[in-house]
Design a protein around this ligand. Structure first.
Ligand code: SAM
Length: 260
């Protein structure tokens, strides 16, 4: 555990604790190849220093890192030890550290900092600002911070999704129910039900309620700039139709090669 990890994240989601071993069946690593390629190109385009190191805050199962590690030396941080265990199995060559993205301080900079979908667990402006400040504190001059919320307030759509996959002798299917936020609220809830089929055919049913932050595009840009970055939003390029219109937020840390 590193500095800034003290105190529970307050999440207490079964998916990231006792059910963590099922996580790779919920969202298979192969599904990340296309988006990880997109993130790599964005880092390469916007980094004003050679992009060699990456800090992934809220790394989860390490599914983005599984692809990004081909060109970036990755340090992976998550608040849940069980998720670090899953990522370690997939990415044994990467450094793994337990920490809370709101407060962890590793005391060294990285060329690139990624907070992928885990940023959605920042369910208040204060938490979101704290996570962005952590990213800034770890971004080298000329480096890039990247934030990838599933939704901003303007693009949010309530709905249901289902999915899952089969593994060695077991299978997982899930139903995700994204509820409409209360008007004026900066959070929404996603109820997830998991059907976990073991090798002997028995099925366990489990439920988690995920409370996620939902902020206006302008709030994102304002908080990224307030942390000290030059803020911008770029279109998310992906072949999945449900990602049309989505954006990725970037924070460019001033400085870098050829500058003061
Ligand atoms: C959906 S998973 C991330 C998956 C990841 N994008 C990947 O490539 O596999 C969300 C992760 O965020 C982590 N998380 C939630 N709140 C956190 C916090 N405050 N600090 C660090 N990690 C956090 C959870 O423990 C969980 O592992």
């Amino acid at each position: 555990m590193v500095e800034g990890t003290e105190g529970a994240s307050g999440l207490a989601l079964r998916l990231y604790r006792d059910l963590a071993d099922w996580y790779p069946l919920l969202t298979p690593v192969e599904d990340y190849a296309e988006e990880a390629g997109f993130y790599r190109r964005l880092f390469e385009k916007h980094c004003r220093r050679p992009p060699r190191t990456l800090l992934d805050l809220g790394c989860g199962g390490g599914h983005n890192a599984a692809f990004l590690k081909a060109t970036l030396a990755c340090t992976l941080v998550d608040v849940e030890p069980a998720m670090l265990g899953i990522s370690r199995r997939l990415n044994p060559e990467c450094e793994h550290l337990q920490g809370d993205m709101r407060s962890v301080r590793l005391g060294r900079p990285f060329d690139c900092v990624l907070i992928h979908d885990a940023i959605a667990y920042m369910a208040s402006r204060g938490d979101l600002a704290a996570a962005i400040a952590t990213a800034f504190a770890h971004t080298a001059p000329g480096g890039v911070g990247m934030f990838q919320p599933d939704f901003v307030a303007e693009s949010f759509e309530p709905g249901i999704e289902a999915g899952g996959s089969d593994g060695a002798g077991r299978s997982l299917r899930y139903l995700e129910w994204r509820d409409a936020p209360t008007p004026g609220s900066e959070t929404y809830t996603t109820d997830m039900v998991y059907l976990l089929k073991s090798a002997d055919g028995t099925v366990e049913v489990a439920h988690d309620r995920h409370v996620m932050g939902l902020f206006a595009r302008a709030t994102w840009l304002e908080l990224i700039a307030a942390a000290g970055f030059d803020a911008l939003a770029v279109p998310f390029e992906h072949s999945a139709p449900n990602t049309a219109g989505h954006e990725v937020f970037l924070g460019l840390r001033p400085g870098g090669e050829g500058e003061a």
